[in-house]
Design a protein around this ligand. Structure first.
Ligand code: SF4
Length: 418
């Protein structure tokens, strides 16, 4: 990049008598204007952003420091405050925003997440370990989250840095971060656009061919029907409490004798029913079932009139290193009660279990997420493929929520050292 008009002044003025003072005065004036009119870009990705917003409010009021005109476009901003966790998917977007800001531009990394990955530093595959792996950072503000006063202090530190700048030594662009953040999503998008364009071309060719073969063809006019008026649906009050944990347990145990209550400890003279009866009314029953009875139990929970678990809350899994537990949480919207069903999967090499998607349609996506994170396959699933992590170009290797998973990308995954 060539020198600006201001930067061309020192070589001309400095040799002249009184020239140095003139350059110093220009420095003072330019730095004074720059440091007192920082225009930040609207950028906040999680909790730290709330603290940043409060600095914009009347109590802390960053307008007092000239940080006033928060811009919605990077082209009009010269400061970006990175407030909040930066995930790998966001990294390439952040780089684009930074590149679009005009120079001289400044970056404040606010909060532990942005500075180093913070609480997500270890055992995490999705969070960037420091904003300076993506863009050059001028001021780091530690804390989780830093208080508004800390951000004000950070802004003042940045102003101090700007105060020391000189047109004699123009601000050099900071070195580019070492890590290259790939952008598989744009790549996938382009591939999709290409396939859509090909599909459109093929369709247009077919239409042209059809028209040539049938020159007199006229498309039938759509029939119009009067819109039926739908009667207002009467509001149905929600039942306050459904069955208690002990009642659900008895109903289940009556049909599936091998079922065990999970995490219920009994003494010698106590039964599981006694322990469950003593629990609070909001205690949620968890039961453990074998793979043989898993589907039958879920069908029973859904179809039994008294239980009527008509809603699948979620499906997830827990890795116990020697086995997985598949965890299914069900709810009855009618009776407002809950149950959790656990099913052990012992084969770690090829973990498999029957799908629930024929019983609950929403299980389709939940199970794909479990497959994506744990590698557990669901037999007879209609669409068994990854849901979050890119599979288009084999970008993501392994299953990140398995305890023995190790990342193949250097620096992305740091196991906890203690
Ligand atoms: S540093 Fe703490 S407060 Fe800030 S984004 Fe991270 S977790 Fe949230």
């Amino acid at each position: 990049m060539g020198l600006t008009v201001l930067e061309k002044l020192p070589p001309v003025l400095d040799p002249l008598p009184g020239g140095k003072q003139m350059v110093n005065s220009v420095d003072f004036l330019v730095n004074w204007a720059r440091r007192n009119s920082l225009w930040p870009l609207v950028y906040g990705t999680s909790c730290c952003a709330i603290e940043m917003m409060s600095v914009g409010g009347s109590h802390h009021d960053w307008s007092r420091f000239g940080v006033e005109v928060v811009r919605a476009t990077p082209r009009q901003a010269d400061l970006i405050i990175l407030a909040g966790t930066i995930v790998e998917k966001m990294a390439s977007r952040l780089k684009i925003l930074y590149d679009q800001m005009p120079a001289p531009k400044y970056v404040i990394a606010m909060g532990a997440c942005t500075v180093s990955g913070g609480p997500f530093m270890y055992d995490n595959y999705s969070v960037c370990k420091g904003a300076d792996t993506i863009v050059p950072v001028d001021v780091y503000i530690p804390g989780c989250p830093p208080r508004p006063e800390a951000l004000l202090q950070g802004i003042m530190e940045l102003q101090e840095c700007i105060k020391k700048e000189s047109i004699r030594t123009p601000r050099k662009p900071m070195p580019e971060p070492i890590k290259v953040h790939e952008d598989p999503w744009t790549k996938a998008n382009k591939e999709w656009e290409k396939s859509e364009a090909a599909r459109k071309d093929a369709l247009e060719a077919e239409i042209a061919e059809f028209k040539a073969a049938n020159p007199d063809y006229k498309a039938p006019k759509p029939e119009r029907k009067a819109v039926e008026k739908i009667a207002a649906i009467p509001h149905k009050p929600k039942p306050a409490v459904g069955l208690s944990a002990v009642d659900i347990y008895k109903a289940v145990k009556g049909n599936f004798v091998d079922i065990a209550a999970f995490d219920v400890v009994t003494s010698e003279d106590e039964t599981v029913e006694d322990v469950l009866s003593a629990k609070n009314s909001d205690y949620m029953l968890e039961v453990k079932v074998s793979q043989n009875q898993y589907i039958d139990l879920i069908k029973f929970l859904k179809t039994d009139d008294k239980l009527d678990f008509d809603f699948l809350n979620f499906v997830t899994a827990v890795d116990y290193l020697d086995h997985f537990d598949l965890v299914v949480n069900l709810m009855s919207l009618k009776f407002n009660h809950l149950i959790t069903v656990r099913c052990e999967i012992t084969d770690r090499q090829e973990p498999k279990i029957e799908t629930l998607s024929q019983i609950y349609a929403s299980a389709n996506w939940h199970e794909r997420e479990v497959y994506d994170m744990f590698g557990i396959q669901f037999n007879n699933h209609p669409d068994m493929r990854r849901i979050f992590l890119n599979e288009l170009a084999d970008e993501f290797v392994g299953y990140p929520l398995r305890k023995d998973w190790q990342d193949n990308v250097e620096g992305r995954y740091i196991p906890k050292p203690y």
